[in-house]
Ligand binder design. Structure first.
Ligand SMILES: NC(=O)C1=CN([C@@H]2O[C@H](COP(=O)(O)OP(=O)(O)OC[C@H]3O[C@@H](n4cnc5c(N)ncnc54)[C@H](O)[C@@H]3O)[C@@H](O)[C@H]2O)C=CC1
Ligand SMILES: O=C(O)C(=O)COP(=O)(O)O
Length: 411
């Protein structure tokens, strides 16, 4: 029998970094010994993306690169995907799971940045700063206080009271706003915030509504024509969640009718892939509208921390198999055992695979010192620690097992 193969050399592991991810990630990979790093400033798509991912083990993206089922299936060598942001809606998580590709994100490194921009936008809108700013740039001196208000004492409605929504809630209370929130889950109200179980009531009763739901099938067009019709007294809308959460044409109409008194929009159904592409939106040139180029989480602090967080998760997964924080394959955390070889086996979650793995190992007379299994509906993830110095062509043997998706020997 041939000697046990050990891990894939780090220097040969291609890591693709798209969308100008922070150098903190690049530095972390390099420090850990990964030298084959390919960096691209914007998002890629189509054949260009397929080509770059053909031999990549890891791909790092932000919110723009669409990692569809087709893209994932073509990237045969892919072991892990890092979403260097909060949202994971740009990745087909089901396809990644079925392909045995682990997907990580940074669940809270840019939370504060978004929350601060929401508060800033709320003040700008309620003081009608976009119009005053435009006028001043055009040489007009408009000191009129009509329709300009303090945010103190106003009612803020938060839709989606998760990490960002609740952070906004805390900052808003500090500014004297009264906070109400609507969420599909039962959430702990922070400070003096109050839950409102009916979205219509929240919209009708509040002065400002801010959206912090994830981009899912359930939130697509959540703010459609009907929901936007509940704005009828010039309430303001802030959307820093995902572009397709709001029907943008219906929002344009409501803004032009004056039913919505202003909007701050950071995310759009169609966003440019990079700096060179032109941005256009039906919301351009409407009064009291702030448009920002998806920069809610774009601060140096947030990007640096995201780079550290996600690269650390990816390195840990590659080197130890720990999938804690995974949005695709099952989560497992493993203590390292001395004098062992570690094997990862990802397979379809059908009965008999684990016993088949164990039977192969036992036939080869190898002592199993540790075994961990975690499953989700489609996929099983097994980590095996076997005694060092045993000699076998384990990888080949385990790959032959029916329903195997991926096998890796770490060390
Ligand atoms: N503009 C930007 O640059 C950024 C945008 N985001 C977006 O913000 C989203 C939210 O981020 P987090 O607060 O960290 O997520 P989170 O997962 O902590 O919170 C989302 C909340 O929305 C709730 N929710 C889900 N569906 C809902 C529905 N139909 N109605 C009401 N509530 C619903 C969930 O129960 C949860 O409490 C991200 O998924 C991302 O899309 C995040 C960071 C930066
Ligand atoms: O964190 C998120 O979900 C965001 O939307 C931020 O996306 P970005 O990294 O700026 O492309």
């Amino acid at each position: 029998m041939s000697p046990l193969k050990t891990s894939f050399p780090k220097g040969k592991m291609k890591i693709v970094i798209l969308e100008s991810i922070s150098q903190s990630a690049v530095e972390s990979f390099k420090k850990a010994g990964y030298t084959q790093i390919e960096q691209y400033p914007g998002a890629l798509s189509g054949e260009e993306l397929d080509e770059v991912l053909k031999d990549a083990k890891v791909v790092c993206v932000r919110s723009k690169t669409q990692l569809t089922e087709e893209v994932i299936q073509k990237a045969k060598k892919l072991v892990a995907i890092g979403c260097f942001c909060i949202g994971t809606n740009q990745v087909d998580l089901d396809a990644a799971n079925k392909a045995g590709v682990c997907v990580f994100n940074a669940p809270f490194s840019n939370t504060r940045s978004v929350a601060e921009l929401v508060i800033a936008s709320a003040i700008m809108l309620i003081r009608r700063i976009p119009d005053k700013d435009k006028a001043a740039h055009a040489g007009e001196w408009d000191k009129d206080s009509t329709n300009a208000h303090e945010i103190r004492g106003k009612k803020l409605g938060v839709v989606g009271y998760g990490h960002i929504g609740s952070q906004v809630s805390i900052l808003a209370e500090a500014m004297g706003l009264k906070v109400f929130y609507y969420d599909v889950e039962n959430k702990l109200p922070l400070g003096n915030a109050e839950e409102v179980t009916d979205l219509k009531t929240l919209i009708e009763d509040c002065d400002l509504i801010t959206l912090h739901v994830p981009g899912t099938n359930g939130t697509k067009n959540l703010f459609d024509k009907q929901v936007l019709s509940w704005f009828n007294k010039g309430q303001m809308l802030i959307n820093m969640s995902r572009g397709n959460v709001v029907d943008i044409e219906a929002l344009k109409t409501a803004l032009e009718d004056g039913r919505i008194g202003g909007a701050a929009v950071d995310v759009f159904p169609e966003e440019p892939k990079n700096k060179a592409e032109k941005f256009s939106s039906p919301l351009q040139n409407i009064s009291n509208v702030i448009l920002t180029p998806h920069i809610g989480g774009s601060t140096e602090e947030a990007q640096w921390n995201i780079g550290l967080d996600v690269s650390a998760k990816l390195i840990k997964y590659i080197e130890s198999g720990s999938s804690i924080g995974s949005h695709s394959i099952p989560e497992l955390s493993l203590p390292k055992m001395e004098d062992t070889h570690r094997i990862l086996h990802i397979h379809k979650n059908v009965s008999g695979v684990l016993s088949e793995i164990n039977s192969k190992i036992s036939k080869l007379d190898v002592n199993i010192l540790g075994q961990y299994l975690s499953t989700n509906i489609d996929v099983g993830y097994v980590v095996l620690d076997i005694a060092k110095n045993d000699s076998l062509d384990t990888l080949k043997e385990l790959r032959q097992i029916e329903h195997t998706i991926k096998v890796r020997i770490l060390y």
